[in-house]
Design a protein around this ligand. Structure first.
Ligand code: MN3
Length: 238
């Protein structure tokens, strides 16, 4: 769908139709690093994350990271980077990219691509059902309870200065860690074999329309849209 058609629909208030038929991609001919459509409707996370924020965040910000990343990858010599795995390896050795401008573009937009891909995939419609699964079991084993883990993670998300992401990762020894990243940095840049599990986008663009300066309220509400089945599938086990 073209942008003008989409905006026409938005203007007419035809959100329901839009949610079903809108498959936003980075509009690439090669099919590489396309932006996946949301696995739920744009209004599915209401009232936690509003529909307009989801449109702008997914269709504009995420798409922009993907588009700029692809442009940067096009200037990179050597073996083509065409999968998320390739990208993960590249982000772990960015210091080898001698062109500083290209290095920065890959860091910001390659990180932005992976951060947003997992952020959107890691959410679902709000649920009051207590989550279960391998990741929940691991969280309870390590932090004592889901609530204690959420407290620690939330404190990092609220305390992160400026823009960035807070991640839950499984390190190479199988232990869970909560890590803060500035800007669009991503766990892949640590190059330590950690498995990214769950991401909270702490940029103002993720919450400002609804929450303004109240990041703590956004983070608190965000827990009810975390898709723990997705986290468990990344963690592994049952
Ligand atoms: Mn974002």
């Amino acid at each position: 769908m073209s942008v003008s058609r989409r905006e026409l629909l938005l203007g007419s208030g035809a959100f329901a139709a839009l949610q079903v038929i809108s498959g936003v991609s980075a509009e690439t001919a090669d099919g590489i690093f396309e932006v996946p459509s949301l696995p739920y409707a744009y209004n599915a996370l209401e009232p936690v994350i509003d529909e307009v924020t989801m449109h702008v965040h997914h269709d504009k910000h995420f798409v922009a990271y993907a588009t700029k990343m692809k442009a940067a990858l096009g200037k990179l010599g050597g073996k083509p980077v065409v999968t998320d795995e390739d990208l993960t390896v590249l982000l772990g050795k960015l210091d080898r990219v001698s062109d500083i401008g290209l290095r920065v573009a890959l860091r910001n937009n390659g990180g932005g691509y992976l951060n947003h891909k997992q952020f959107f995939a890691g959410m679902q419609a709000p649920s009051k059902v207590a989550p279960v699964g391998s990741a929940i079991n691991a969280v309870i084993a390590e932090y004592g309870s889901l609530e204690k883990f959420q407290e620690e993670f939330s404190a990092k998300a609220v305390g992160l200065f400026g823009s960035g992401f807070v991640w839950l990762v499984k390190n190479i020894n199988g232990k869970l860690e909560i890590r803060s990243y500035a800007n669009q940095d991503h766990p892949a840049m640590d190059a330590d074999g950690a498995t990214p599990l769950l991401a909270c986008d702490c940029w103002e663009h993720a919450y400002y329309l609804k929450y303004q300066n109240r990041r703590p309220d956004y983070v608190k509400a965000w827990w009810s849209v975390v898709n723990w089945d997705d986290v468990s599938s990344r963690y592994g086990g049952n």
